[in-house]
Design a protein around this ligand. Structure first.
Ligand SMILES: [Fe+2]
Length: 328
């Protein structure tokens, strides 16, 4: 595990001010993070759109992620960290959430999942009692293992946005790019085979869907942007006992560990992850459970690039996307 190889570029003051003003005015008019895309009058002004287009740029394909430091720094006055995602008051956090949703919408189509966090578009990632040892965002005392976001689904996010509300202990988000790995040719041949069955993680409400018939998924494939990956060993059933495939899959995990690095997020920072180029995780930490815990907001974005055509045959474990009302 290396140290972070990139400094966090900081959002220009002018962009931060425009965004903060727009978010606070829309929240005062009743907008929430989940509803701000529903009304034309809540869309960003031309001035804000131009500023965001310069500041919030999709990750460079060769790098796979981008950080925008301090973009939401003026909006972190949202009160104590809730004890559970369901206890977040979306009215109290509306200015932060609205800003994040407006930013996310400049990158593609914002969506949520029917079975995750009650279908909300803005997710709350915070440690919760009883989840300490799970492989979900609400865990804490165990490292969150390398994974693609929602790798079980063919309509998973292309871009994953994580915005930091607070992080008093500097708990790092971990990233690793499949494009940094020097693959053995034989391993690449194995990993292109559709021999995975990635299932929904424990943050989904209906685990019974895991009983559905497996449709083979490929681990890597090529796109115009470079090599892509789909990976979540904590929730993966291998559809083969072939030693060459299993070894290649294990070596991939070791390569992520070797190439991985930590991105420190401070209050107000935004992290944008290319979900096809990178896997992500989190170091372990001791939860406080006193209202001062690490708190991230997460938004999923579709900005479709090429994925294997056979993904169209997948059932996605019956999870369907929730779209803003404006998208209907
Ligand atoms: Fe994740």
């Amino acid at each position: 595990m290396c140290a972070a190889p990139h400094l966090v570029p900081y959002a220009p003051d002018s962009t931060r001010s425009l965004l903060e003003e727009a978010a606070r005015s829309r929240a005062a008019a009743g907008a929430l993070g989940d509803t701000v895309l529903d009304r034309a009058e809540w869309m960003p002004s031309d001035e804000l759109s131009s500023a965001l287009a310069e500041t919030v740029v999709p990750p460079d394909p060769a790098r796979g992620f981008r950080t925008v430091g301090g973009l939401f720094a003026g909006l972190t006055d949202v009160g104590p960290t809730p004890a559970h995602w369901s206890e977040n008051d979306p009215h109290r956090t509306a200015p932060f959430d609205v800003a994040l949703t407006l930013v996310a919408a400049t990158l593609g189509s914002v969506f949520g999942w029917t079975g995750q966090q009650a279908g909300r578009l803005v997710h709350n990632i915070l440690p919760s009692k009883g989840n300490e040892h799970l492989q979900v965002g609400a865990s804490s005392v165990v490292p969150l293992a390398w994974h693609s976001e929602d790798g079980f689904h063919p309509e998973r996010a292309d871009l994953l946005l994580l915005a930091c509300v607070r992080n008093p202990d500097g708990v790092g988000s971990r990233l690793a790019s499949v494009r940094d790995i020097a693959f053995d040719k034989a391993d690449l041949i194995e990993l292109r085979k559709p021999l995975l069955d990635i299932q929904p993680d424990d943050s989904y409400a209906d685990p019974s869907s895991a009983a559905l018939e497996a449709v083979g998924m490929a681990t890597v494939w090529d796109s115009a942007q470079g090599l892509c990956v789909r990976y979540d060993p904590s929730y993966t059933k291998l559809l083969t006992e072939d030693r060459a495939f299993i070894t290649a899959h294990e070596r991939l995990g070791a390569s992520f560990e070797e190439k991985g690095f930590t991105v420190p997020l401070s209050p107000g920072d935004l992290l944008i992850i290319d979900n096809d180029a990178m896997v992500h995780g989190r170091v372990s930490f001791r939860p406080r459970y006193d209202g001062t815990d690490r708190w991230l907001k997460r938004v999923l974005v579709r900005a479709p690039r090429s994925r294997p055509t056979r993904e169209c045959r997948e059932h996605g474990y019956l999870q369907t996307r929730v779209l803003p009302a404006s998208a209907w």
